[in-house]
Design a binder for this molecule. Structure first.
Ligand SMILES: NC(=O)c1ccc[n+]([C@@H]2O[C@H](COP(=O)([O-])OP(=O)(O)OC[C@H]3O[C@@H](n4cnc5c(N)ncnc54)[C@H](OP(=O)(O)O)[C@@H]3O)[C@@H](O)[C@H]2O)c1
Length: 275
């Protein structure tokens, strides 16, 4: 049995479907009740209270652990899983654990990785770069007046399709071959916010305009849905990426034996959110 946390999110949704399609017994975990595919069980638990996860883990072989809340304790959750008999843990971390470990927000991811790797479980760490689904933050303005406003409009990064993260997670959750490995997950090519706006326009069949936000205006908007230190590091990555953050990682292709999905493909599949 495989327990998937963050099961109703961008990664968890397709991951639960992929595991169910592969014939696995799956328990999908989130705080609120949710529709899940036929044959999948949903369980409610709050990751900030490990005692709520313990009963869900009874009988599980593997755990997909998504650090969905900065208040959760990764070491306690991993220990709870091992005590429940979980042998394999796939941890969804962040590329920033490697490239921005000196920042408080992303240093937290590195500490989480160390805590989970410190357990006797077979652990695989996934370090994705920025998600294509971050473009959902532009859905309201694209729907309203076909515009995207974002900072650093011409800085390109290889954003990754969450469906590819889910496909990688499904692969490593079902095999013993990836214990102790850390994979960096990116898309197939760097793409700028201005180019992402154009790709959304192509998916909609109508032009989508782009206007550049100042860093200060972007930070003010980001504070509505993330803490200040995470906004600051995110803006550093978006505006001044390191060579490693600009680079396309070979890991998605090596694991899935196909090229990673493009932002244009993500936009085409999710165009309805922008209509
Ligand atoms: N966006 C990026 O560019 C990026 C890049 C690298 C890494 N990441 C990491 O990716 C993760 C986000 O993945 P995502 O986009 O798939 O998430 P998402 O779409 O925001 O969904 C979050 C999921 O976690 C659940 N959840 C939230 N708080 C919870 C809690 N306290 N206890 C139990 N479940 C909880 C949510 O359901 P309920 O609300 O019903 O509980 C939902 O199922 C984060 O750890 C983030 O740091 C993101």
């Amino acid at each position: 049995m495989i327990v998937v946390t963050g099961a109703t999110g961008n990664i968890g949704g397709p991951l639960v479907r992929a595991l169910a399609d592969a014939g696995e017994q799956v328990v999908a975990v989130s705080r609120t009740a949710a529709e899940v595919p036929d044959g999948v069980t949903h369980a409610t638990a709050d990751l900030t209270d490990a005692t709520t996860l313990a009963p869900v883990l009874a009988g599980a072989d593997a755990l997909f652990l998504l650090l969905a809340d900065p208040r959760l304790d990764p070491a306690l959750l991993a220990d709870t899983a091992v005590r429940a008999g979980v042998r394999r843990i796939v941890l969804l971390s962040s590329q920033g654990a490697g490239t921005r470990s000196e920042s408080p927000s992303h240093g937290w991811f590195l500490a989480a990785e160390k805590a989970v790797l410190d357990t006797p479980a077979a652990v695989t760490v996934l370090r994705p770069g920025g998600f294509a689904s971050n473009a959902y933050q532009w859905a309201a303005s694209v729907r309203a007046d076909r515009t995207v406003a974002a900072p650093y409009g011409d800085v390109s990064l290889p954003v990754v399709d969450p469906d590819d993260i889910a496909a990688v997670a499904a692969t490593v959750l079902r095999s013993d071959d990836h214990a102790g490995r850390t994979y960096v997950l990116t898309g197939p090519a760097p793409i700028s916010p201005r180019q992402q706006a154009a790709a959304l326009g192509a998916a909609l069949g109508e032009p989508v305009g782009f206007s550049e936000l100042s860093r200060a205006d972007a930070r003010a908007a980001m504070l509505a849905f993330m803490p200040g230190p995470i906004a600051d590091t995110t803006l550093d990555v978006l505006g001044h990426p390191s060579a490693e953050e600009r680079q396309v990682s070979p890991d998605v292709e090596a694991l899935l034996r196909r090229a990673p999905g493009s932002f244009a493909g993500w936009a085409a599949r999710n165009a309805d959110a922008f209509r």
